[in-house]
Design a protein around this ligand. Sequence first.
Ligand SMILES: NC(=O)c1ccc[n+]([C@@H]2O[C@H](COP(=O)([O-])OP(=O)(O)OC[C@H]3O[C@@H](n4cnc5c(N)ncnc54)[C@H](O)[C@@H]3O)[C@@H](O)[C@H]2O)c1
Length: 318
Amino acid sequence: MNILITGGAGFIGSNLAEFYQSKNHKVIIIDNLSSGNIENISFLPKNNFIEADIQDNNTLEKLFDEYNFDIIFHLAAVVSVVETIEDPFKSQKVNIESTLNLLKIIKEKNKGLKRFIFASSAAVYGNVEGLPKNMDSLISPESPYAIEKFAGEQYSKLFNKLYGVPTTGFRFFNVYGPKQNPNSTYSGVISIMQNCFENNKTFTFYGDGTQTRDFVYIKDLISAIDCAINNEITIGKTYNLGTGVETSLNKIFSEFEKIYNKKINVEYKEFRKGDIKNSVSDITPLIEQGYKPQFGISEGLESYVNFSNNNIKEKCYE
Ligand SMILES: NC(=O)c1ccc[n+]([C@@H]2O[C@H](COP(=O)([O-])OP(=O)(O)OC[C@H]3O[C@@H](n4cnc5c(N)ncnc54)[C@H](O)[C@@H]3O)[C@@H](O)[C@H]2O)c1
């Protein structure tokens, strides 16, 4: 199959790319490297990488003239919530307009498409009480990022309804795993914590560490998406993508203490304004389609640390 991954040099995209390339599919990546890293995709043939902005319509048109894609993963986005608050006009151009433009080009040019996957976010639920979050939970965005992700998933759904483009949206919860950049300010807390353990740095808790998240290991995320791609019932729908398990930051910290068999310094700062206290997904609809998370938090963290220790750049998927 021909597979296009926008934002494929980033954390999630590069893992997807490696997975599908290992299954002998042709993977093409378009990425402007704004938050991604070319080293993440060192396994990819050079000609399969296009360094370009997703807003560059000429490049997109040319790409779709050259290829007919079977699967498209649309991950390219301004991923920093802070950046979207600072300049929502700029971020909505990437996160909403480019999504709409991509869908329009697909509708016009990419006839045989089997699936368009849109990367939405648990951020759409905001801070409203009531767990676990399911597809009937209230949507209450707390940032331009969340509004933009909701718009993207809704446009994807609408293009299925209006024009039959086979789209599926996923609201990713807290994804972690190899190739996540711990030095990035928006990066997941697990990669930041792991980096502190690795380098004996002080870890900062915002609040008392009792806040919870639904942490999903990258391999589970890929298996969920792959399962949905192979199941036509999922077309035109949006799914939560987590594990359905709520884990506190304190628990993650103690798991790292066990794995590294050491203690590191911690400091406590005020709970950050706008941060969500507790979060967990209801994944029943995905389980009904055959998704079964394989990585509990201990297995996931161990696999992640193993990967980091061995600095395996290309062999996450065989
Ligand atoms: N990581 C998570 O826990 C999580 C949670 C919810 C949603 N998501 C969504 O999943 C997707 C992937 O996230 P990630 O964690 O891999 O982030 P990432 O920053 O590692 O990847 C995003 C990629 O998109 C590229 N990109 C950004 N703007 C672009 C543009 N204008 N043109 C071309 N490329 C551009 C970046 O260079 C980067 O490689 C994003 O859409 C993000 O919003 C991630």
